[in-house]
Structures are given as C-alpha cells and as structure tokens.
Write a protein that binds this ligand. Structure first.
Ligand code: HEM
Length: 404
C-alpha cells in the first residue's frame, strides 16, 4: 500500500533549515536547494521578519551580484557583528570601495600571487614534514598553511599563529552567526579586540621602520594626495586575515576529501598532475567554502519581480547556483576532466568579487599536489570518517582523519 505521507506536499524549507547550522542541510543540502530551484527559485522565506529573498538559480545569483541598487553594507543586516570588526571593504560602496580594492589589489593580482609561489611551497613542505602516520588533515595540514601565508604577506608577527588563526576564525564564523549566545558574543568581542590590537601595534612598528611587506606598502601609500591613516590601513589587513584564512583552509580540506572519496578522479589526477587546477575548480564549484552571500535592499520596491522592503535581504546561494543544471551536466558529480570549466560563483562576483581568489587557488593547488605526491598511499580512515563543521555560511570539515 502506498504511504499516504508521500501524497501530502512537504512545506518548503525555511530560515535556518537553509543553513549549515541545520544537520540535514549540512550533510545533504541539495535535496532542499534543488527543490527550491524547481519550485520557488525566487523564494520569499516566510521565516524572515525583515524579508529574505533566497535565490538558487545561477542566472539570478549572477544578476544579484552585479545589481548596483543592492548594498553589501553589513550595518543593515540582522547578523552584524556588534561592531566588533571595523568596517571592511564589504561594507563600502562606490569610490571608497574602489580605493580600498585598488590599494590591496596589486599584492593579490596574478603577478603578486605568482611571486609568492616559492614562499607557499616552503610553507606547505614544512607542514608535510611534521605529519605523522595518522593525522588530521584540517588541524595538522590545511589550517596552518593559509595563516602563515597571509601573515607573511602582510608582515604580521609569526610567533603565535595558532592564536591569530583562532581570532580570525572567530571573527569570521561568529561574525556571520545570526543568533549568537552571550558567551559567543563575548568571544567574538575578545577575538576581534586581539586581532585589532595586533594589527594596530604592527602598523605603528611599520610606520617607525618600514619593511618589505604589505602593511609597510599600505602605510606609505598615498590616496587623494595624503597618506592613509591607521584607521584606514587596519581594516584592509584585518579583513584580509578574516577572509583569507578559514576559507582557504576549507578549500584545501574539501578538495582532499573529494579526491579521496572519488578514487577514479584521484587516479586521473595522479596520471596527469596538471589536472590539479581543474580539481580545485571542481571542488570550489561543488563545495564552495562560502555557501551564500547577502545583499540588502536600500528602498522599498521590487527585486526580480518580488516585492521587498528597505532593509530586506537578498540571499544569493552560491552553493545552489554552482549546482544549477543550467551551468553544467551532472552538476552534483565531481569530475575534474570537464572539457569546459563551469563558471562557478565560489568567489562571489560583481563589485565585491573576491580579491584573494588567485592566492587561494594557488595555495590549494600546491597543497593538494604536494600532499598526494609525498604520500601516494594516503587514505581516509574507515572507522573515523571526516566530520563536517557546524558554522553558519561556511562549508568545510571539522576533522579529516587520514592515514598515509
Ligand atoms: C577559498 C578561499 C576563498 C573563498 C571561497 C572566498 C570567497 C569570497 C567571496 C564569496 C567573496 C564575496 C563576498 C560578498 O560578495 O559578499 C569574497 C570577497 C573578498 N575576499 Fe575572498 N575568498 C577566499 C579567499 C580569500 C583570500 C585568500 C583573500 C585574501 C586577501 C580574500 C579576500 C577577499 C576580499 C578582500 C573580499 C572583499 C572584496 C570587496 O568587498 O570588494 N579572499 N571572498
């Protein structure tokens, strides 16, 4: 007899059911996202009091990212980090945004990134040297690399990197969290204060004695006929640490897991190591470390034909857009030999498109390439499989136990 429950339409997912805080969504997001894309691609989430339009189609996500009538200013969001983190590039629009991006862009453009290849390779090889027969690929490998790279580029002290990484991670993860506990609020404030103090202290040291690093370049930079002051330099560095550490760590971890869970794709890569760039691209598409971005409505009106009030949120699901069947065939499959690399949105796009994409790609490519070359017998531990982490808006693993 047919189960009568299958005939009753299930309500559409809403609110936190569309976030990594939900255990089902965390592990299997695509049952929900595919359904929304088919049944309600421009979904007015009933759980949101201020109005939330949740977008799942690739074309709609692209349109939202380039829509200049929407703002990214987080002061207008419900999830604002209690002013713990100073205004960053993400909070700026227009000329201020263009100036901030211009100041740091050169360090992260193709030439700037390529000039760091030797540094990154050395950092990865140091991490590989320290690995035992069993290790946690997140804690022991993926996490230490990006923070070392970022501190070396900006010129921050390297003596307490684990502490710095925790501060940056708290600022990213707790800053995005929609309903923090009091304890989480205190932790966010403490971490942000630690990060701020370190950056302001280092800026003072570089003003007194410039070195060959990005902070020194920024304190000496001129804009509109004058030098930048500390409050203009600091957010560029603070945000670089927040934006470039956890995300790149997740990219490295996600790519390792995808390769180990797909032995045919790993064999392809081992047969042709030049496919490593495609493997990283496919990982970014399938498991974007930042799963969604928000934009905010400035005036009452319509967005994509939907009525929205000022202050409402347009949530563009990068994860859903990257799995849109309009983007590529078999969108849920990990295939590193696609003839055309799909144009995914893992790095966002439009005015706020990621400035660190090239750096993140190079770090992940080198990390995966060198890990597999050093340990050809690398495998998951069947009795201790990777566990996803429970962080709002970020997709990655808490642990990836491996044996080599
Ligand atoms: C895999 C690693 C990374 C991922 C997935 C990622 C993802 C993103 C995304 C989705 C955005 C757009 C946010 C929005 O539109 O609301 C963004 C912006 C940004 N990212 Fe990344 N990012 C990564 C690594 C980095 C690195 C290494 C840096 C280092 C500098 C960086 C710096 C930035 C900056 C400065 C912005 C803001 C640009 C602006 O507002 O104009 N990111 N990133």
């Amino acid at each position: 007899m047919k189960d009568i429950r299958s005939a009753i339409p299930q309500p559409l997912p809403e609110g936190l059911e569309l976030s990594e805080l939900d255990p089902i969504y965390r592990e299997q997001p695509h049952a929900r996202l595919d359904r929304l894309r088919c049944e309600a691609p421009r979904y007015q989430d009933p759980a949101s009091e201020t109005g939330r339009l949740f977008l799942t189609r690739h074309a709609d996500v692209r349109a939202a990212l380039i829509d200049r009538s929407l703002t990214r200013d987080t002061k207008k969001t419900y999830s604002r980090g209690a002013e713990a983190v100073p205004d960053t590039l993400l909070d700026k629009d227009g000329e201020e945004l263009a100036l901030g991006r211009m100041l740091v862009a050169r360090a992260f453009d193709t030439r700037g990134v390529e000039s760091r290849r030797g540094l990154i390779t050395q950092i990865i090889d140091d991490a590989l040297d320290g690995l035992g027969a069993r290790f946690d690929a997140m804690r022991d490998f993926a996490a230490p690399i990006p923070i070392r790279v970022m501190t070396a580029i900006f010129g921050l002290p390297q003596d307490n990197l684990a502490q710095l990484r925790d501060w940056a991670e708290d600022a990213a993860v707790l800053g995005m969290h929609p309903n923090r506990t009091t304890e989480q609020n205190i932790r966010l404030m403490t971490s942000a204060a630690g990060l701020r103090k370190l950056v302001f202290d280092t800026i003072a040291a570089r003003r007194a004695e410039p070195r060959d690093d990005l902070l020194s370049t920024l304190v000496l930079a001129e804009a509109n006929g004058r030098r930048l002051d500390d409050s203009e330099v600091a957010p560029l560095c603070i945000f670089g640490m927040i934006a470039g550490s956890l995300t790149t760590t997740d990219l490295i971890g996600n790519t390792i897991v995808l390769l180990l869970q797909n032995p045919d794709q790993r064999a392809l890569l081992e047969g042709n190591p030049r496919l490593v760039a495609c493997a990283v691209e496919e990982s970014l598409r399938l498991e974007p470390p930042v799963s969604a971005v928000a934009r905010h409505v400035v005036e009452d009106g319509e967005v994509m034909g939907c009525p929205m009030r000022a202050g409402g949120t347009v949530k563009a699901s990068l994860l859903a857009a990257n799995h849109d069947p309009d983007l590529c065939e078999e969108p849920h499959a990990f295939r590193i030999d696609r003839l055309v690399v799909p144009k995914h949105f893992a790095f966002g796009g439009g005015a706020h498109g990621c400035l660190g994409a090239g750096l993140a790609r190079l770090e992940a490519q080198l990390a995966v390439e060198r890990l597999l070359a050093r340990f050809p017998g690398l495998s998951l531990v069947p009795t201790d499989m990777p566990r996803k982490k429970t962080t709002y808006g970020f997709r990655g693993y808490a642990r990836i136990p491996l044996s080599r």
